[in-house]
Design a protein around this ligand. Structure first.
Ligand SMILES: NC(=O)c1ccc[n+]([C@@H]2O[C@H](COP(=O)([O-])OP(=O)(O)OC[C@H]3O[C@@H](n4cnc5c(N)ncnc54)[C@H](OP(=O)(O)O)[C@@H]3O)[C@@H](O)[C@H]2O)c1
Length: 593
């Protein structure tokens, strides 16, 4: 069989390489500074003046580092690629009239960051290049409130929904087909909801390909190996595989990820070079007693081989993953992140050296021979969710399953780390550092929505991030809390009134005069991790005013109410106790309460 060579793919990659190198040259060699995510105040004021009812979207201008992420206010709404045929572009400049009956317009409150978004930014994501091009508003997951509902959508304005947009969710107003949305269950917040759809659909499709859902297909073995098991998709794979009755062996890259990994057995590959050495399979020519012991330990979990291995690593582990499969085992490949560099901080650009290494890794990435697959009786399967937008029936089934398991409490939302809209670049950097656990979600803070404000949405709270270690073992922030009643109504009313005159700027908390004469508290919150299970929180409030003022500090903690579940009635409720001799409040929770 002669395989047709896809010149389009090659051309896209050559173009991505050229554009990446161009921006790398501009920033690194010519040392031109990167512009901020939001435009300068003058441009912003102009944009704000005519931004009534516009949406704020974060777009990627072209291939490159995080400097290619820019905020834009020039659209009314954004859509995924499967609606671009109808609207002619990803960005709509005005409300569609009439709105197609099967669509909904969602005021997006939170969206998540997926590794795919970073690949899009580097120009390496084929579906983004093919279906959208540059500039692109990336993003898969969204959670928010329905603003306009098509007449066949079964939704009404104000309904809380979450779902998948197949690009476009980095925007505060998104047009989405009803089939890609779900109504939010009671008690689920926007940030948690935005963490779910993409990782769930990816994980469930992978498990489906492995033959473990919806029906049991494979007879032999019940062990599954999941790489990067504490990441977004990895977390969900562990949960789904366990629901499907498999025993999950999860591999994580750092000791700090072990605790949060939901696998039955967790292997920390950073503790040794066992993965690298396993690449020398099938000979297993290992040197060093520790390495041998690690390999043995890994193989002990599945002496007859794994029934399924889920691998998004690429070159680093693919060969090993194949070798570890038992008879009839299935290797499900859904990403190649070890072929790509880890970028921690900075602009996160691909340098010429990175490209060279990527080319070498691409050449080293194993190819699987159909003859070998037949003789070994193993299967290798791959997929990419971003090509699924037209498979509405499949997506519908996956979302229905997500809803059912969520309602039944069978799956939980992966750990979520939240970022503000203006920290979207930081969120990208955290994901490419390789240190992240669970999902990264960008959330809108409390403020005015587009129709309420005179220049689009705007956060009206005053807070500052003051310090943090790279591991977040220590963090410090400050919040300015007025001593008089918070002027919510005034902020809303004055900003709304200013819509009449486009020359007027936004009305901020400082403009209300509520902080005059320093009549406010500086509330400083610090987090310090004493141990993996022990987080210390210190809240210090400074009265900056001249007179005494009262401040009530209410310690709060959120837990999922698992203690009321029938299956585990013995699990005690978490407790919060004031310990006078230590002058502190202690919070105790039972394991996994
Ligand atoms: N095919 C699809 O449809 C589809 C859909 C969604 C996601 N994906 C793929 O699934 C993988 C996981 O995506 P995610 O969004 O859930 O990310 P994630 O797992 O939350 O984060 C990435 C993790 O990958 C590991 N890693 C290994 N090499 C890395 C590198 N060079 N740079 C950064 N991380 C590296 C790190 O974990 P450890 O060190 O613990 O291994 C890191 O925490 C990605 O490869 C993504 O492209 C595929």
């Amino acid at each position: 069989m002669v395989m047709a060579f896809d010149w389009q793919v090659l051309w896209n990659q050559v173009l991505a390489l050229a554009l990446n190198l161009q921006i790398w040259f501009i920033r690194q060699v010519l040392r031109r500074p990167a512009p901020p995510l939001f435009t300068t105040s003058a441009e912003r004021a102009k944009l704000q003046a005519d931004s009534e009812d516009r949406c704020v979207c974060i777009e990627i201008l072209g291939p490159g580092g995080v400097d290619q992420l820019r905020a834009s206010l020039d659209s009314w709404a954004v859509c995924g690629y499967n609606l671009m045929r109808d609207f002619g572009s990803q960005r709509l400049t005005s409300p569609p009239k009439p709105l197609r009956p099967d669509l909904a317009v969602v005021r997006n409150k939170a969206f998540s960051i997926n590794y795919a978004d970073v690949c899009i930014r580097w120009g390496l994501y084929e579906s983004a290049l093919r279906f959208v091009g540059w500039p692109i508003v990336p993003g898969f997951d969204l959670a928010g409130e329905v603003e306009l509902a098509g007449e066949d959508s079964g939704l009404v304005a104000g309904d809380r929904v979450f779902g998948c947009s197949f690009f476009g969710s980095y925007a505060t107003r998104v047009v989405v087909p009803r089939t890609q949305l779900l109504e939010m269950p009671e008690g689920l917040g926007f940030e948690a909801a935005a963490a779910l759809p993409c990782v769930f659909a990816t994980a469930l499709h992978a498990v489906h390909l492995a033959g473990a859902w919806p029906n049991e297909l494979l007879a032999s073995g019940r062990d599954a190996l999941v790489h990067s098991a504490a990441g977004g998709v990895g977390d969900m794979l562990c949960q789904i595989l366990r629901i499907c009755g498999l025993r999950v062996i999860g591999v994580v890259g750092q000791p700090s990820k072990v605790k949060s990994c939901k696998a039955d057995v967790v292997i920390d590959k950073s503790s040794d070079d066992w993965v690298l050495r396993l690449l020398e399979l099938p000979d297993l020519q290992l040197t060093g007693s520790q390495a041998k012991a690690q390999v043995k330990a890994a193989q002990q979990h599945a002496p007859n081989g794994y029934r399924a291995v889920f691998d998004a690593n690429g070159v680093a582990t693919l060969k090993m993953s194949y070798e570890l499969l038992g008879k009839n085992g299935r290797l499900v490949v859904y990403g190649f992140h070890s072929n790509l560099p880890k970028c921690d901080g900075g602009l996160g650009m691909l340098s010429p050296w990175n490209w060279l290494r990527m080319a070498v890794d691409l050449a080293r990435t194993p190819h699987f021979d159909p003859m070998d697959l037949t003789l070994d009786t193993k299967a290798v399967l791959g997929f990419n969710l971003s090509f699924f937008a037209d498979e509405t029936e499949t997506c519908g089934k996956y979302f229905a399953q997500m809803s059912e398991w969520l309602d039944a409490g069978k799956i939980t939302v992966p750990p979520v780390q939240t970022f503000s809209l203006s920290a979207a670049r930081d969120a990208h950097n955290v994901l490419t550092s390789g240190r992240s656990v669970g999902k990264l979600v960008v959330e809108r803070l409390y403020g005015l929505s587009n129709p309420q404000g005179n220049h689009g949405e705007d956060v009206k709270e005053l807070y500052y991030y003051l310090d943090a270690t790279p591991t977040h073992s220590y963090m410090k922030m400050m919040y300015k809390y007025p001593q008089a009643e918070y002027p919510y109504d005034e902020l809303r009313r004055v900003n709304f009134d200013r819509k009449k005159d486009p020359q007027l700027l936004e009305y901020e908390l400082l403009d209300t005069g509520i902080l005059d004469d320093n009549k406010y508290f500086d509330v400083v919150v610090e987090y310090a991790q004493a141990d993996l299970d022990d987080t210390l929180v210190q809240v210090t409030a400074w009265n900056r005013g001249a007179t005494e003022a009262e401040l009530a500090l209410l310690p709060q903690a959120w837990f999922r109410n698992t203690w009321s579940w029938k299956e585990s009635p013995s699990k005690p409720k978490p407790t919060m106790t004031y310990v006078p001799e230590k002058q502190r409040i202690e919070l105790t929770r039972s394991r996994h309460a």
